[in-house]
Design a binder for this molecule. Structure first.
Ligand SMILES: [Mg+2]
Length: 185
């Protein structure tokens, strides 16, 4: 068996799937008086977003919340391409305990070609080591120990809001990330 060319560690929410898209739909269905859109999610933590009046994080504790999310465009193909190029894929997701089973089943369903052993439920992303790391949370990227740390661009992780993330490489979609990894490999 050919040796791995490197470890690629991937966040799941808002990197591999549009979790905040479902958050917005759910929120707007439940709060007629405070409709929000993507541009209202200006910070990674919902409680720090001035236009979001009601609690959001309990959605992630609801059974089935993650189940019907679809992988973002190019994600399944992109991960397959990395696997074909001998990269070792690890999913690193900070899912709450109530959502853990749904999250694991979601990953297994959409990425059956990756071993279940490669699913890592973890909030402490600062302790993760590897060759590549992709996340949409600037704290996770800035404080991480991986060799190549990449931010997945989003409304909630701008340099203006998070000046400490200045200078970190960013991609605005998964295809660009795959191209970046393969171009350096
Ligand atoms: Mg995320």
């Amino acid at each position: 068996m050919q040796k791995s060319r490197g470890t690629v560690i991937l966040d799941v929410d808002d990197v591999l799937t549009d979790t905040n898209g479902k958050v917005i739909i759910t929120y707007n269905n439940e709060h007629e008086d405070n409709k929000i859109s993507r541009k209202d999610i200006v910070r990674f933590r919902y409680v720090e977003c001035p236009n979001i009046k009601y609690k959001v994080t309990h959605y992630f504790e609801r059974p089935g919340f993650f189940k019907d999310l679809e992988p973002a465009e190019g994600v399944v193909e992109g991960i397959k391409e990395l696997v074909d190029n001998k990269y070792d894929i690890i999913f690193a997701t900070a899912t709450c305990i109530q959502g853990t089973r749904d999250r694991q089943e979601w990953i297994i369903k959409h990425f059956p070609f990756i071993s279940e052993r490669n699913i890592c439920i973890i909030s402490r992303k600062d302790i993760i080591c590897g060759d590549w790391f992709l996340d949409d949370c600037t704290d996770n990227v800035v404080n991480n120990k991986c060799t190549n740390r990449i931010i997945k661009d989003a409304e909630w992780n701008t340099v203006k809001e998070y000046p400490e993330s200045e200078g970190f490489k960013r991609v605005n979609n998964f295809k660009k990330f795959v191209e970046l990894v393969l171009s350096k490999g």
